[in-house]
Write a protein that binds this ligand. Structure first.
Ligand SMILES: C[S@@+](CC[C@H](N)C(=O)[O-])C[C@H]1O[C@@H](n2cnc3c(N)ncnc32)[C@H](O)[C@@H]1O
Length: 294
């Protein structure tokens, strides 16, 4: 996936700039308190996916998702699909994907990149369809129920992540799987301490405000919250892993290729083991809904 991202961010840079420069308004928080990524696509792409941490995230998803999910080319709803990497990854594995994303900017980039991949033979154009819509309207716009839903790095950008998990539960078919990835509040505290932001960590005022181009999530969540919300909705956590369990805490970013490979190997080796997964920058869950009448 790393190579895919380099193509997105390289070839589409001018498009990013045009869009970011004012063809569409730049929003802050919505009435629901959510942060759509309009006006943020360029910054998000640069600071995450054009950086080693984005490459590592994609490499870890490529490694973990086939183990954590039963992937059988089933239909998928990708909620808050962003720049479209995960939707593309699923399409390349034979899934029919509906990508829902409320940000016009993000969706435009995803579509443009997907079109390039289709032209290069990555998958068939009909495998992907798009909804410019927030999670909150999907019960009407894409009720499913879906055998597989992916929702990665979205809950932390919402005013009410707990309510969002309830909505995801209603969209999931009995026996269905939800791949949920969230920004880990405990890791945010830890990294603030590592960076010397002691007062911020002491006061536990960790969340961002969603203003301007800031990429600190407004609603980072804890593992305990996810456990509670999953159980409140009659769902079950099947497995959990930490993403970027070491990378954010190393003193010197690895420069040599051999060190980068060693760091990736360490992330893979310990991402599902206690205590390391608990301080992953992101927590990745497979959540299932029981079959009816079981
Ligand atoms: C950090 S990005 C993650 C994108 C992608 N899922 C990924 O993992 O790269 C967060 C995405 O959530 C979207 N978002 C914000 N509010 C949303 C909402 N209410 N419903 C669905 N998506 C939302 C943003 O527009 C943005 O594209």
């Amino acid at each position: 996936m790393g190579a895919i991202l380099r193509v997105i961010t390289g070839k589409l840079a001018p498009l990013f700039n045009v869009i970011a420069s004012g063809m569409h308004p730049t929003y802050e928080l919505t009435d629901a308190g959510d942060r759509y990524f309009d006006g943020l696509a360029d910054k998000f792409s640069r600071s995450l996916y054009q950086a080693p941490r984005g490459e590592l995230r994609l490499a870890m998803l490529d490694y973990l998702l086939p183990q954590m999910l039963h992937l059988k080319a089933q239909a998928v709803l990708d909620v808050g699909g962003g720049l479209g990497q995960l939707s593309g990854w699923l399409a390349a594995r034979g899934h029919a994907v509906t990508m829902a994303e409320p940000s016009q900017d993000m969706l435009a980039h995803a579509k443009a990149w997907h079109a390039e991949q289709v032209a290069a033979g990555g998958w068939q154009a009909e495998q992907l369809s798009y909804l410019e819509a927030p999670l909150q309207t999907l019960q009407h716009q894409a009720p499913g129920p879906w055998p597989l839903i992916t929702c990665h790095a979205v809950l932390e950008w919402l005013g009410n992540p707990e309510q969002a998990l309830h909505t995801l539960a209603t969209l999931l078919a009995p026996g269905g799987q939800l791949s949920l990835m969230v920004f880990n509040r405990d890791a945010l505290r830890f990294s603030n301490v590592v960076k010397g932001n002691y007062q911020k960590a002491l006061s536990d005022q960790l969340e961002g405000k969603g203003k301007r181009q800031r990429l600190t999530p407004i609603s980072p969540v804890t593992h305990d919250e996810i456990c509670q919300w999953v159980s409140d909705n009659g769902l079950r956590i099947e497995s959990v892993a930490g993403i970027r369990i070491f990378q954010d805490y190393v003193r010197q970013p690895p420069e040599k290729m051999s060190d980068q490979e060693a760091l990736l190997a360490l992330e893979k080796q310990y991402c599902q083991l206690d205590p390391h997964w608990r301080l992953g920058r992101y927590l990745l869950y497979t959540v299932t809904k029981p079959e009816a009448n079981v």
